[in-house]
Design a protein around this ligand. Structure first.
Ligand code: NDP
Length: 315
C-alpha cells in the first residue's frame, strides 16, 4: 500500500488541476455515480471531534474513508485543525491501495470545490474577492479563486484583525491589492465574490449586506449546529448545495432558515454537479445573488486522493 505525504499531494495535484478533478467528481455525485453515506462526527473532548467520511466512486472504481481529527485550537499549536488520513481501496478486489495525508487533501479539495462553484456561478468579469476568515481554508481559497477569475482586489476579514493583516502580508504578491479590513461588512461591500471560511458557529455574514450580482461560497459551517450567514442571507440568493442529502441533514444555515420560515424546502435549487454539466440553470442574470453551500463530501477526497496516487505512481 502506497503512503502519500502532504508534500506529494501539493506537488502532484496543483490547485488548477484539483478544481477540474473535484468538478468532475461532483458531476458524478449528482448523477448517482457515487456511494455517499452521511458523514458521522464522533465527539472526543474539549470541543474536539473525529469526522468519519466513507464513500465510493464508480469511475475510478474505488472506495474508501477519510478519518479526520477536528481540533479547532490546533492553529495555536502551529498545526492544522484537520489531522487525518484517507484510506483508498480498489473496489475491484477490495485491496487497500493508498493511505493519503488528509489535511492537505482537505485543504485543496475544499478550495477547489468553492473555486469550481465560483467559476460556474459568479459573473465572469468578477474582480473583487472578499474572504471572511484567515485560516488554512482561507489560505487555499485565495489561490484557488485566482485560478478561475481575474481578481485584482482582495479584502480579508477575520475575528482577530492581526490575523487578517498577517494573511494580507503573506499573500501580498498574489494579487494587485490584498488588504485586511476591520469589519466583515466592509469586506463584502462592492465585492463580486464572497467566501466564508470561518469556524464561527454564528452568522458573520448578513443578508442585508448582499448586493445584486454577488456570488457567495459558504464553506465554514460543516455541521447542523453551526452557521455563517443569517436567515435573510440564505433567502437572498439562488441556493445550490454539494449534495441534497447532506444539506437537508447538516447545512446549519439552511435548516435554521427553514425552521424560522424564511425559506421553504423548494429553496434548495439542486446539486452543484448539475449546474456544472448544464442540466440545472445556475446564474440567470447579472443581478442574481448566487449561493453555494459547501459541506464537503467524501467523493471530493477520494477523487483528489486517487488522482494524486495515479500521478505519483506514474500511471
Ligand atoms: P482554521 O482554524 O485554520 O481557521 C479558522 C478561522 O475561523 C480563523 O480565521 C478564525 O479567526 C475564524 N474563527 C474561529 N472562530 C470564530 C468565531 N467564533 N467567529 C468568527 N471567526 C472565527 O480553520 P480552517 O480554515 O481549516 O477551517 C475553517 C472552517 O471551515 C472550519 O469551520 C472547518 O470545519 C470548515 N471546513 C469546511 C470544509 C468543507 O468541505 N466545507 C472542509 C474543511 C474545513 P481568528 O483565528 O482570526 O480569530
Amino acid at each position: 500500500m502506497r503512503q502519500i505525504s502532504s508534500e506529494e499531494v501539493y506537488t502532484a495535484l496543483p490547485i488548477a488541476d484539483c478544481i477540474d478533478v473535484v468538478q468532475a467528481a461532483m458531476i458524478a455525485v449528482s448523477h448517482g455515480k457515487a456511494n455517499l453515506p452521511l458523514r458521522w462526527l464522533m465527539p472526543i473532548d474539549n470541543g474536539n471531534a473525529m469526522g468519519i467520511m466513507p464513500g465510493g466512486l464508480y469511475e475510478p472504481h474505488i472506495h474508501g474513508i477519510k478519518l479526520i481529527s477536528l481540533y479547532p485550537d490546533n492553529p495555536k499549536r502551529g498545526l492544522s485543525s484537520h489531522q487525518g488520513v484517507i484510506l483508498l481501496f480498489d473496489s475491484g478486489d477490495g485491496r487497500p491501495i493508498a493511505a493519503v495525508e488528509a489535511s492537505s487533501v482537505t485543504a485543496q479539495r475544499t478550495a477547489a470545490a468553492s473555486a469550481a462553484a465560483t467559476r460556474a456561478l459568479s459573473r465572469p468579469n468578477s474582480r473583487v474577492l472578499a474572504i471572511l476568515g484567515a485560516g488554512e481554508q482561507a489560505d487555499h481559497h485565495l489561490p484557488a479563486h485566482l485560478a478561475v477569475r481575474p481578481f485584482d482586489e482582495v479584502r480579508v476579514w477575520t475575528r482577530t484583525y492581526t490575523n487578517a493583516q498577517a494573511f494580507a502580508a503573506r499573500h501580498a504578491a498574489k494579487a494587485a491589492s490584498i488588504r485586511a479590513v476591520t469589519t466583515a461588512r466592509e469586506a463584502v461591500a462592492g465585492a463580486d465574490v464572497v467566501v466564508t471560511a470561518t469556524a464561527s458557529p454564528k452568522a458573520i455574514l448578513m443578508g442585508e449586506w448582499l448586493e445584486p450580482g454577488q456570488h457567495v461560497n459558504l464553506v465554514g459551517a460543516s455541521v447542523a449546529s453551526a452557521r455563517e450567514i443569517d436567515d435573510a442571507g440564505v433567502a437572498r440568493g439562488r441556493y445550490f448545495v454539494d449534495t441534497l442529502a447532506g444539506a437537508k441533514a447538516q447545512a446549519g444555515e439552511y435548516l435554521d432558515a427553514l425552521k424560522a420560515g424564511a425559506v421553504t424546502e423548494a429553496h434548495i435549487l439542486g446539486e452543484i454537479g448539475k449546474v456544472y454539466d448544464g442540466t440545472l440553470p445556475g446564474r440567470m442574470n447579472d443581478a442574481d445573488v448566487t449561493i453555494y453551500k459547501s459541506l464537503g463530501v467524501a467523493a471530493q477526497d477520494l477523487a483528489a486522493a486517487h488522482e494524486v496516487l495515479r500521478r505519483v505512481s506514474g500511471n
